[in-house]
Design a protein around this ligand. Structure first.
Ligand SMILES: [Mg+2]
Length: 171
């Protein structure tokens, strides 16, 4: 992103004193909300209006800039770091022309290294070795069975909801 675009976003926020609302959580929610608005233009069609799509992409990018700025992250740096991870997860020889998730690619084995590279299943930051599979770590206990939530049970006092209207085919 160009520096004068970043400055414009930051000035836009500062002039309105909106930074007080821009917690990381609120910005993360806003990114997801704008992404959903983008998706809404493609509901029931692959042929969305480009100008409307453009506005939602811009909203996602603006909020994404605000969040990286808030967290002190450099977008180029974090994208390059993630691209390097993705290159290891999706070796060209195994992933070319496929939309398959990395752990379903031919030859991937949860218990062995992939092509001699770092094990990627449950990949976590190499800065935190405790987050990696560690044979010395004790096994975690199984999750206890949770009691049934009575609010989620069928309630005989609840009125019957009307049937949903027929929706158009999602083709
Ligand atoms: Mg929007």
């Amino acid at each position: 992103m160009k520096e004068d675009t970043k400055s414009w976003i930051e000035r836009f926020v500062a002039e309105r004193e909106w930074e007080q609302f821009h917690t990381p959580a609120n910005l993360a929610k806003s990114i997801a909300i704008e992404a959903a608005e983008l998706l809404e233009h493609y509901q029931w069609t692959d042929d969305a209006d480009l100008s409307e799509v453009q506005e939602e992409i811009a909203d996602v990018l603006i909020y994404t800039h605000m969040l990286t700025w808030k967290l002190g992250l450099d977008p180029d740096t974090i994208m390059r770091e993630k691209l390097a991870i993705n290159e290891r997860k999706y070796p060209v020889a195994k992933a070319r022309g496929k939309s398959t998730r990395y752990d379903k690619l031919d030859g991937y084995n949860n218990s062995t290294k992939l092509d001699g590279q770092e094990k990627l299943d449950g990949y976590k930051s190499p800065d935190n070795p405790e987050s990696q599979d560690n044979p010395d770590s004790p096994d975690l206990p199984a999750s206890p069975d949770l009691p049934a939530n009575p609010d989620c049970q069928d309630n005989p006092d609840s009125p019957d909801l009307p049937a949903s209207p027929d929706l158009p085919d999602s083709q």
